[in-house]
Design a protein. Structure first.
Length: 392
């Protein structure tokens, strides 16, 4: 497919994730972005954010991405991007720069609204772990709709824009139970988490429809409106399928092997390949029959290549570590696993219209710390350098 999107995510740049660069949280006991400015003094917080944003992604990265064969980047942005939610610092200038770099280097940009006030999933990457109340708060729903409308107004005609994603990973009931969000992501202030729970599919349908109505008038022809499947790939077979009414709509699904492990997938190469070919591929093909589908997040990370059970991708930050006696796999063994999984996953993604690897880079030490053994597969740059990840 000539126009197949070969992408990576620029995660942890404008939306912080502690596990990806723990040093950004130095001097704070915060586990997420909501509490970082509440646990650092203002001057330290402002300097920390400014330094991180300036250094983590720059024009040079777009040069490297072009050399990797990347044609698009998905950029997570926070709900406070416009600088109108204290105590957070807006980031329009950084996004402006990214679109300019994209236009210059021939790399399109998918703007992904990654967080919502009081969180849409309770994950650390939702900005406020253990709390999931966004959909219960009409004023906050309206605020997010206003953010999406303003993003469309500002960037809707930009030559580098691929599209705008309405909201990242709003969690629904099955995934809420599978992950056991309150246990995996305990709330710092339990009183704020009171009433937390998954979003209903009916809420998401109404929310997506309203978001489309707000955004579409400001988007130039061909620019996409992207919506996430809420971890239910086949729940949208009758949603926004009328192309005359909803042109340029794209369905985003996130498919991680670690999530398959949490569900039932055996931690063996044969188990992963069987899951991809016989479970995921038929569902993907069914969804792609009615929607343009992208896999907006995936990677090569798996417990087999780590050499230990990661409990669904839980790290030392969750108290899950490699046994000191566990022998890691050799580079050759890991390479063979990753190359086979790259081919198998790319085969599935090509049933749709594109893929975005999570993530372009990570900043923890996978060499000197056994706690991060195997986690280098999250880093597309490293994976490309070792011939694991190839945009096929």
């Amino acid at each position: 497919m000539a126009d197949f999107v070969q992408g990576v995510n620029l995660g942890n740049w404008l939306v912080l994730e502690k596990w990806m660069s723990p040093q950004t949280f130095a001097g704070s006991d915060a586990d997420d972005e909501y509490y970082l400015p509440r646990t650092l003094d203002r001057a330290t917080y402002e300097a920390r954010i400014a330094q991180h944003r300036a250094e983590y992604i720059s024009e040079r990265d777009f040069v490297l991405l072009r050399g990797m064969g990347i044609t698009s980047v998905r950029i997570p942005v926070p709900y406070f991007i416009f600088g109108d939610r204290e105590p957070f610092i807006g980031c329009l200038a950084e996004l402006d720069n990214a679109l300019a770099w994209g236009a210059h280097y021939g790399i399109s940009v998918l703007i992904d609204l990654h967080t919502a006030p009081m969180s849409q999933n309770g994950f650390d990457n939702g900005g406020m772990q253990g709390v999931c109340r966004f959909s219960q708060l009409p004023d906050e729903v309206e605020f997010v709709l206003s953010v999406l409308e303003r993003l469309a107004q500002r960037y809707g005609a930009h030559p580098a824009l691929y599209g705008i994603q309405i909201l990242n990973e709003p969690i629904t009931e099955r995934m809420w139970r599978l992950i056991n969000v309150p246990q995996r992501y305990p709330a710092r202030e339990p009183e704020l988490a009171q009433g937390s729970g998954p979003n209903s599919l009916s809420f998401l349908r109404d929310f997506y429809t309203e978001a489309y109505a707000r955004m579409a008038p400001h988007l130039a022809p061909g620019k996409k409106v992207v919506f996430h499947d809420g971890f239910e790939l086949l729940a949208w077979q009758d949603f926004m399928v009328d192309r005359s009414k909803y042109p340029n709509v794209v369905l985003d699904t996130h498919q991680y092997l670690m999530m398959a492990e949490m569900d039932h997938c055996e931690q063996k190469l044969e188990g992963y390949l069987n899951f991809l070919e016989h479970e995921l591929a038929p569902q993907y093909q069914e969804a792609a029959a009615v929607h343009d589908v992208i896999c907006g997040e995936w990677c090569l990370f798996n417990s087999l290549a780590c050499g230990y059970d990661t409990k669904g991708g839980q790290s030392v930050l969750n108290g899950v570590t490699a046994d000191e006696q566990t022998q890691g796999l050799t580079l050759a063994e890991r390479t063979a696993i990753y190359q086979e999984l790259n081919r198998a996953q790319m085969k599935v993604w090509h049933l749709g219209v594109g893929q975005y690897y999570w993530n372009y880079k990570i900043l923890f030490d996978t060499v000197n710390s056994t706690n991060w053994r195997g986690w280098d597969a999250w880093d597309a740059g490293r994976s490309y350098a070792f011939d694991w990840f190839k945009p096929l």
